[in-house]
Design a protein around this ligand. Sequence first.
Ligand code: NAD
Ligand code: WQD
Length: 338
Amino acid sequence: MNILVTGGSGYIGSHTVVELQNAGHNVVVVDNLSNSNEKSLKRVAEITGKNVDFYEIDIRDFNALDSIVGKYHFDCCIHFAGLKAVGESVQKPLEYYDNNVCGTVNLLKVLQKHNCKNIIFSSSACVYGDPKIIPISEDCPKGNCTNPYGQTKSMIEDIMIDLQKSDSNWNIVLLRYFNPIGAHSSGKIGENPNGIPNNLMPYITQVAVGKREKLNVFGNDYDTVDGTGVRDYIHVVDLARGHVCALQAIEKKCGLEIFNLGTGHGYSVLEVVHAFETANDLKIPYVIQPRRTGDVAVCYSDASKAEKVLNWRAEFDLQDMCRDSWNWQKNNPNGYDD
Ligand code: NAD
Ligand code: WQD
C-alpha cells in the first residue's frame, strides 16, 4: 500500500515506518519536526535499506498537505502528528487544541478532498480516564481526562466517529496505546525527549547514563502490589507492528474500529526499576515523592480484541523493553544530537 505517515520522524512514527517498509509498503512522511529530528529517518533507511520520502510540513497547512496528497495516490494515512506532553498541555491548552484538533480536522479535509478515506489514528489509553473496569477493554466507557492533551485525543476520536457516521466510505481505526517504551534492537532509533523527561522509562535511562541523579517515584501509597502506580508497558516495536496489522482492518473496509494496543500485563514503577536493573546489571537510585497530580493508580489493557480481530499480540516482555531502552540510550546519550 502507499501510506502517508504524519509525525513519522517521531518516536512511534519512526519505528512504524521501519515495520511498514519491512512489510513492503511505500511510505511518505510529513512532519514539522517540532518534536523530532530528520536524522531519525536516515537511521530508518540504514535499518531497512530503503529511503523514506520526507516533507517538512505542518499538518495545519492546508495547501502544503494538499499538494503532497494530490501528488501521491495514498491508500491510507497513519496519523501520529501531535503534541504529547501532558504537563505542557495544562500550561498551553490552546496550542494543544490548535495543533492536535485543528491539525487533524485539516488533515481529514485534505484526505477527503483527494478521496483517501482510510485512516489509522494514534489515540491513547488516557481516554479511559480513571478506568471503571480493569483490565480495560474497548467497551469500557471513556472517562474524564484530567488534562488538555487527553481531551484532544478524546475529541479527535469523537470527530472521527462522527465523520465515519456521515460517510460510510471512511474506514477509521482508533488505536488506544498503553505505555510505549523500548527501542529498535539495532539501537539506531529510539525515544528522544526534549528537556526533563515526563515519562518513566526515559527518566530511568537518563539516570542510568548519568544525566540525572536519581529517579523520583511519584507515590508509594496506591492500592497496588507495592504502593507504586501500575501501567501496561508495551515495546514500541510491538506497537509499530500493531499498525501494520491494523491495515488489514482498513483493507477489509472495517468502518469504524477501536483497538487497545497493550500487553495485558500491569507492572508497578518499582517492578520496572528492578526489571531495568536486572536486564542491564545497573543500579537506579530512587527517592519516593508525593503522588503526581492527575495520575491514576492502575491502568492496563485487555488486549484480546486486537488478537482476535487483527491477529496481533505483543511479543516482547519487560526485560526486552528494558534492554532495548538502555541499548538506545547508551549508544546515543544525546539522542540524535551527536
Ligand atoms: P513524538 O513527539 O515523538 O512524535 C510526534 C511527531 O509529530 C513529532 O515528530 C512531531 O514533530 C510531529 N508533529 C507534532 N505536531 C505536528 C504538526 N502540527 N504537523 C506536523 N508534525 C507534527 O511522539 P510519539 O511518542 O511518537 O507519539 C506519536 C503519537 O502517539 C502522538 O499523537 C501521541 O499523542 C500518541 N501517543 C503517544 C504515547 C506515548 O506514550 N508516546 C501514548 C499514547 C498516544
Ligand atoms: C508511568 C508511571 C508515574 C515518571 C503518560 C500519558 C499518556 C501517554 C503515556 C502520551 C506512573 C510514574 C513517572 C517519573 C514516576 N502519553 N513515574 N516517576 O502517566 O501512565 O502516561 O504517558 O502520549 O497519555 O498520560 O506514563 O511514564 O509518565 O508514568 O514515578 O519520573 O510512572 O507516576 O505511575 P503515564 P508515565
